[in-house]
Design a protein around this ligand. Sequence first.
Ligand code: NAP
Length: 309
Amino acid sequence: MALKLGLVGIGKIARDQHIPALSGDPRFELVACASRNARVDGVANFPDVATMLAEVPALDAISICTPPQAHFDAALAALRAGKHVMLEKPPAATTRQIGLLQAEAARHGRTLFQTWHSRFAGGVDAARDWLKGRTLTGGTITWKEDVHHWHPGQQWIFDAGGLGVFDPGINALSVLTEVLAEEAVVHKAVLEFPENQQAPIAAQLDLRTESGVRIDADFDFRQKGEQTWDVELVTTTGRLRLSHGGGALEIDGQPVAADDALAGEYPRLYARFAELCAAGRSEVDWRPFQLVADAFLIGERRTVAAHHV
Ligand code: NAP
């Protein structure tokens, strides 16, 4: 029996990735959507989650694609109504909200799948396996994209809680925390805030692993021309380069895994969600979000030119 699913927040990622992935997955049936302004053809549409939950009691699961500021209330309502929940990244507006959602899922015996889609890119598993047992000596993350191209008209990203350049940057941190054999902390950070916005447009992090190895991260939303989503890690016995957001992997300059256009990320996410629901398990890892929160806590703040979405 397919899980009856309700999709919440019909915007760019819902249309680009979630709806196509769901339409190709027989384990799910998209039956309802909740969005204040958007509608999806062929399913029941509601203006908010509460109305959707009340009007379609047969729903088994909810997938939340709103910006992070709106995740907590929607996820809490769905878990309390006995639904499984899948959450887009970034997982919430504050770190404490994630802990509360995790506890609520356990209380109701439901699945909370707090996703990191970049971990499902084609090169990531092979990178983690290659790094096991190797000695890291350094690393760089370069995550630079044009916000006007990838997030057209999205003011929420520069509002309080929108995370600014950490909205994509957190994907790099999700990959890093997945492939590293040890933990990393934020040692220093510089955050560049446009003078008219509440969230940074660029950030530089100096991360350190538990054994003191330095990994520099450079996040920038002002990139024109070539877009870069790369993680490079150097060990005593070779170096790896994950590019295209984790979709391609090179070891010592030789390609070893590739996943063109990241086509597989969202089908793999829904496959994992179905497995978790069937097994009655949750998957939650808020370390990437903690690193972002820590960058906001200790980061030096610089004011830069105004940015208009
Ligand atoms: P989006 O195009 O702005 O769509 C989000 C939708 O959520 C909006 O259209 C809006 O629909 C609804 N919404 C509910 N509460 C909202 C609020 N307080 N502020 C703004 N919109 C609200 O954004 P998106 O690009 O799809 O991103 C949504 C989430 O997916 C983010 O967490 C993002 O990090 C993640 N994501 C995005 C991408 C990407 O390439 N864009 C990739 C991977 C993950 P209604 O007005 O109809 O309610």
